[in-house]
Design a protein around this ligand. Structure first.
Ligand code: GLA
Length: 385
């Protein structure tokens, strides 16, 4: 099978009738711990993965952006000297939105291009196929226009495009990871200061991802209501974001909040404990204490299931199976926004096959759905190939 890079080159030539000059790649991501903390100004610890979006492109001598979306065999075209309008087609808005906000930041950018893009990140599965698309387009614009714009800025532009142009109210974790991931490292991101602390993937461990292949159509509504409940809780504590509430401060007023608004209490409990788990996970990784890391991942999953209420039975079952196969060192939890999608495991290399086997023997039997199993590596963020 061709890699996305090879496929984007081949399809570019087939579609446009000549060879592409350049290729950009932007990865998807998997989050090891720190879920629904990014929009609470908190901490996350994901890594960029070796699945992503490849964009082959060549400068044109006019200001037209011609886009070929290989995977759905659809095209778009728009002129960079005119206001960029929203489209009825959602996929187009990712591209148009990023270009629009790049132009807002760099008003002289009107360089047209022919572009062919393809991705091997499964869609709607919690591995940030959208961020990979946004960041690959942002990076492509940077190269095309020779723009003085940092990868952090590209990440925030990608987030803005998704928030304001596509209409999905995500935080900044996915875009920052796709832009700034580091090979062989997990990146702990402070989603308020945007500081990044890289920590090596533990020696002798693999990152396994298992896709439940369950997609939930209520995701956007559920995501937005969680955000609102977190804001309500932040207001109760009189702070800008739940990041500003310590475990002690939470404990002091927990009963009061619970009596007033039980949902806000549960959501806050998840976010505040999860932020602490991320910080503890960094320490555990530094100390090579994989038992503690496994415990933190298990607690994170329980908290997403019981307090944030974003897991589904299929996902809980996958995590249970993975935890049994992994044993004490390493762990498993749901990853991403929730309501289906994937689980992530940090698993000793010699146990990867045990995890694969136990899940293959049981998951489909129990749920009627076949899982997809990936072993992935931690990779660098967006780059010109
Ligand atoms: C989605 C969003 C992210 C983040 C996660 C949950 O992936 O895009 O910003 O909120 O959900 O951690």
């Amino acid at each position: 099978m061709m890699t996305p890079i090879e496929l984007s080159q081949a399809k570019f030539e087939e579609h446009f009738g000549y060879k592409a000059e350049k290729i950009v790649f932007a990865p998807g991501r998997v989050n090891i711990i720190g879920e629904h903390t990014d929009y609470n100004d908190g901490f996350v610890m994901p890594c960029a993965i070796n699945y992503g979006m490849a964009v082959s492109f060549t400068k044109r001598d006019d200001s037209i952006f011609r886009v070929y979306a290989i995977d759905i065999d659809k095209t778009d075209a728009f002129d960079l000297t005119k206001p960029i309008p929203q489209s009825e087609d959602k996929w187009k808005n990712y591209v148009r939105g990023v270009v629009k906000y790049i132009q807002e930041r760099c008003p002289s950018f009107i360089q047209g291009a022919d572009i062919a893009m393809t991705s091997d990140v499964p869609m709607s599965s919690g591995l940030s196929s959208s961020a990979a698309l946004e960041i690959s387009i942002g990076k492509t614009c940077q190269v095309l226009g020779n723009l003085e714009i940092s990868l952090t800025e590209i990440a925030l532009i990608g987030q803005k495009a998704e928030n304001k142009f596509v209409g999905a109210n995500c935080g900044n974790m996915d875009q920052l990871t796709s832009a700034l991931g580091q090979k062989d490292h997990l990146v702990m991101i402070d989603c308020r200061s945007l500081d990044i602390t890289p920590t090596p993937v533990p020696q002798g461990y693999s990152i396994a991802i298992i896709n439940s292949n369950v997609k939930h159509d209520l995701v956007t509504g559920e995501y937005n209501s969680r955000r609102q409940e977190c804001e309500t809780a932040a207001q109760f504590f009189g702070v800008k974001a739940l990041r500003d509430v310590s475990l002690e401060q939470f404990a002091e007023r927990a009963e009061e909040l619970k009596a007033l608004n039980e949902l806000a209490y549960k959501r806050a409990k998840h976010v505040i404990t999860e932020n602490n788990r991320v910080l503890d996970a960094v320490k555990a990784l530094k100390a090579n204490d994989m038992q503690t890391l496994g415990r933190l991942m298990a607690e994170s999953h329980d908290s997403m299931r019981d307090d944030f209420e974003i897991t589904i039975p299929e996902i809980d079952y996958l995590v249970e199976l993975a935890q049994v196969a992994i044993g004490k060192n390493g762990g498993a939890r749901m990853t991403g926004g929730g309501f289906g999608g994937c689980i992530v495991c940090l698993v000793p290399n010699e146990k990867v096959e045990d995890v694969r086997k136990l899940i293959a023997e049981n998951y489909e039997k129990q749920t009627g759905i076949k899982e997809t199993f990936y072993v992935c590596t931690a990779c660098d963020g967006a780059r010109l190939i």
